[in-house]
Design a protein around this ligand. Structure first.
Ligand SMILES: [Zn+2]
Length: 250
């Protein structure tokens, strides 16, 4: 465990610092001046004499903050050495991955890059192109099953009136061919009706990619009918690789 020296300013940060430095042993310290270094300077890699503490190098990332990485100096042979700064690199990666996940979530909910950039301006300013790049970087790490054998459909509802009676028309379209898979008129459109309609017209035992206009209202129904064969990440795949399909169905 790294010894963390605090003052009144850094005292509230102890839990965070503890997590950040959890992988480092007793030989390290985080000083009141926020320098991360070894308590006892290491032996010189050239002449093996004990080195001395010698200030720090500051590493920063705009908007995120910075860290002071301790330096050591050898008084015998003038060799300089810097403490391992992998902790800083890891922190940056962790943070950027977290942002990437945030972009995924926003894109999944059809938020435009422009709007994400405006939103990020309040949290951690990022340009539209940076967000686009980061989103695609994170997407590369998402395991996406090959799409060839996966049916991609669009589920839609319309509310025509027959005379004075309200009817509900449920439609499943093949997203690639744009041809109807099923199209039926119902007296009501409660969850049971939708479930029966989907089960009757789609193979629920095979992976399926489904697009709905009312995405947020239906996850529980879709999940119940298709179980694990319906994976939300397919939507991200769709948004990344088939933006034109996504646009057509808006
Ligand atoms: Zn030396």
């Amino acid at each position: 465990m790294v010894t963390i020296y605090t003052n009144f300013n850094t005292f509230p940060e102890i839990p965070i610092l503890g997590t950040v430095f959890s992988g480092f042993g007793d030989e390290y310290e985080y000083t009141t001046n926020n320098i991360f270094r070894k308590k006892n300077p290491p032996p010189c890699p050239k002449c093996d004499n004990k080195m001395v503490h010698n200030g720090f190098n500051l590493y920063t990332k705009r908007g995120m903050g910075g860290i002071k990485i301790g330096k050591y100096h050898c008084n015998s042979c003038d060799e300089n050495l810097e403490e391992d700064r992998s902790v800083w690199e890891e922190l940056k990666t962790l943070f950027l991955n977290l942002l990437g996940e945030l972009y995924q979530m926003l894109r999944l909910n059809h938020v435009a890059y422009n709007a994400i950039s405006k939103l990020m301006h309040l949290i951690f300013p990022q340009s539209k192109s940076t967000i686009f790049r980061e989103f695609n970087r994170v997407m590369k790490n998402v395991e996406i099953p090959p799409l060839e054998n996966i049916l991609m459909v669009h589920y839609d509802e319309q509310f025509p009136k027959k005379g004075r009676t309200q009817k509900y028309r449920l439609t499943i379209l093949d997203a690639k061919t744009k041809r109807p898979v099923a199209d039926e008129l119902f007296d009501k459109k409660d969850p049971e009706t939708i479930k029966r309609f989907l089960s009757a017209n789609l193979d629920t035992s095979k992976p399926l990619y489904i697009v709905t206009d009312f995405y947020s209202s239906y996850p529980s129904i879709l999940k119940e009918v298709f179980g694990d064969n319906l994976i939300h990440q397919y939507c991200l795949f769709h948004l990344t690789h088939f933006p034109q399909v996504s646009e057509n169905f808006k």
